[in-house]
Ligand binder design. Structure first.
Ligand SMILES: [Ca+2]
Length: 631
């Protein structure tokens, strides 16, 4: 019952949205004494401002932190809403902004809210890099003393607002393992003449593709006499299927970050020993006309309350968030597991270790650029999130009834949006992401996903678009059997999910795990899930281990190279009134990997040519509540 109240509240917030716009417009014209406004306190911030000024529109503060402090410390005659206006410009952070319950509003008695509203404002964790001079062969170079001193390292670079390519070899496509070494972990043999030694091998990183995740590791040696590549620790994490040949004998890989790999326009290389950043200019670019930004901080906003006192009624509106750093891993070794989770090495300091022994350190996921824990009834409203090094926005522990509305996520290193936790503690409930767009997530950690929903209750992904994903689009659940957990009543409704699974395999536009009673995947338009290279299938929807008690209905799934639906060790589920079109040579609609066919109830699913099935789908759903065309 409580959850229904919370859901009602979220939709009440949705209804309030146009009113909020009106209040702001009135405040602009009439000032804060407007009797119709509930705003009792306003501050203004501008990158051109001064923190010694009073924070008015005419004399704004310079920093958001100063406005936050002023909101905390200013007493008002009457209770009401408070706001901070971020005027046009870029706000550069050198540390995250931290919000606690006292920075938010309240939901007791008088309804009080706090708004941070942007007016063409961007909050950035980046730093502008300049001073480039020609370095020959179309390259430019600049000195970075902080890098040389070991105080700054980055693996993401943005030139003229585009993510530049960390110098790689080969430039396109991948190399293939010729044969694994005996231990299947520390070395493999490359195809003859495919690799050459490089002078800066100690800076090179191997990017190794497993079926649904990747390894990133330094390289110890490249021996062209024996065609052998060796890594300092190992390739792949704790389980046997991360072996070099765990999925296929000739797995894909490429190498990154050598000056020798800097050979096509748009590539960059950071020489950490010399403290020099190289960039190879694209057509029309010069040393003087490029705007180069590298990240300095990995988190922009941290909002954290407690179980009994959450941060509440704090709203971020119309803000841009950009440029966060990758969280560097132990020994620079990332062993991906699933959906951006990983383990990393912990070196043993015993007399006998000889520097070779290590333990696995399990980490569920890196903290996100915008990290919320114990946060309720808050919103991200018409915000944009771009150019992040790792995870984007994470509504984590006990987050409740928060709303992500009309937001856009683009070019994110790992998961773009995360809701919930990786275990049953602090279950997130009733959070909604609605009318939002996610594109190009997982740009560094290819096994990450667009939207990840863990063990949550009543999470809703509503009329969102997710596309251009290396692996899965939307992932729900975090248990690998049908044992009941806190996960239930999660929904993906009316979404447009396309061009997913572009690089890895064993996923889908939608991927599910575990028992989640009352969950529904409905009215989604899924298309263009291409042929994949890894061992396992990629599908429109992959209902993986333990998936139970889902209703899959009124989905249109077309142009999938492999069957639109796949179940693997799944329990009882219902698929009805779905609309599928497949290549006539490959007519199968469902793959049952180790799933008893009687577990899956298939009712009234339609198949046919693409044109016919699209018409049929549209005619069927047009009078239903979730009509995907209304987006
Ligand atoms: Ca290259």
């Amino acid at each position: 019952m409580k959850n229904r109240v919370l859901m009602l509240f979220v939709f009440f917030l949705l209804l309030l949205y146009p009113l909020r716009q009106t209040v702001w417009a009135d405040a602009e014209v009439k000032g804060n004494t407007d009797n119709n406004s509930n705003i009792v306190l306003s501050f203004y911030v501008s990158p051109e401002g001064n923190d010694s000024d009073p924070g008015t529109k005419e004399k704004p503060f310079k920093t958001i932190a100063k406005a936050q402090e002023a909101l905390r410390n200013t007493k008002t005659e009457k209770e009401g809403d408070k706001e901070v206006h971020l005027l046009s410009g870029t706000y550069l952070l050198t540390e995250p902004l931290r919000f606690t319950p006292e920075d938010g509003g309240t939901i007791d008695k008088a309804y009080r809210q706090v708004f941070y509203e942007g007016h063409n404002a961007v909050i950035s964790g980046g730093k502008r890099i300049s001073g480039f001079v020609p370095a020959g062969e179309g390259c430019v170079v600049t000195d970075l003393p902080e890098v040389k001193a070991g105080n700054w390292f980055f693996r993401d670079l943005y030139v003229n607002d585009v993510r530049a390519v960390r110098a790689r070899f080969p430039n396109t496509d991948f190399l293939r393992v010729d044969k694994t070494g005996e231990d299947h972990r520390t070395h493999f043999f490359f195809q003859p003449e495919k690799l050459k030694p490089v002078a800066d091998l100690d800076q090179v990183e191997l990017v190794f593709l497993h079926d649904w995740s990747i390894t990133r590791t330094p390289v110890l040696s490249i021996d062209t006499a024996t065609n052998k590549l060796t890594v300092p620790l190992q390739i792949g994490g704790d389980l046997a299927f991360w072996n070099i040949d765990g999925f296929e004998p000739h797995a894909r890989y490429f190498l990154e970050n050598s000056k020798a790999y800097l050979d096509v326009p748009g590539e960059w290389f950071l020489d950490t020993k010399e403290g020099k950043l190289y960039y190879k200019l694209k057509e029309g670019e010069t040393a003087d006309n490029i705007k180069v930004i590298a990240p300095v901080v990995s988190q922009l906003i941290i909002a954290e309350g407690t179980e009994t006192k959450p941060v509440t009624n704090l709203h971020f509106c119309n803000l841009g968030f950009e440029h966060t750093a990758f969280n560097e891993k132990s020994e620079k070794t990332y062993w991906g597991r699933q959906a951006g989770t990983f383990c990393e090495p912990v070196m043993r300091n015993t007399p006998n270790d000889k520097g070779k022994m290590f333990d696995y350190h399990f980490v569920n996921a890196a903290p996100a650029a915008i990290q919320w824990d114990f946060v309720s009834n808050c919103t991200m409203d018409e915000c944009t999130f771009r150019h992040f090094g790792e995870n984007g926005l994470w509504l984590g522990k006990s987050c409740c009834a928060n709303l992500i509305l009309k937001c856009s996520f683009e070019d994110i290193g790992a998961n773009a949006v995360m809701i919930g936790t990786h275990n049953e503690n602090h279950t997130a409930k009733c959070n909604v992401i609605s009318f939002s767009k996610v594109t190009k997530p997982a740009q560094t950690l290819y096994g990450a996903v667009g939207i990840w929903i863990g063990l949550t209750e009543n999470s809703t992904v509503d009329r969102c678009e997710v596309y251009d994903t290396p692996y899965t689009g939307v992932s729900l659940g975090w248990s690998w059997n049908d044992t009941p957990t806190t996960a239930k009543e999660n929904m993906v409704l009316g979404c447009h999910l396309h061009h997913c699974m572009l690089l890895l395999s064993d996923g889908g536009a939608i991927y599910t795990l575990g028992r989640q009673p009352g969950s529904r995947l409905g009215f989604n338009n899924i298309h263009d899930i291409p042929r994949n290279i890894g061992r396992a299938e990629s599908n429109g929807m992959f209902l993986d281990e333990g998936t139970t008690e889902f209703t899959i209905d009124y989905n249109l799934i077309i142009d999938t190279f492999q069957p639109p639906l796949r179940f693997h060790r799944a329990g009882k589920n219902l698929a009805e009134n779905n609309f599928f079109s497949r290549n006539e040579e490959k007519p199968a609609l469902v793959t049952y990997n180790n799933t008893p066919e009687e577990n899956i109830t298939l009712k009234q699913n339609e198949t046919g040519t693409k044109e016919k099935i699209i018409d049929l789908f549209r005619n069927t759903v047009k009078n239903k509540i979730f009509d995907y065309r209304t987006r």
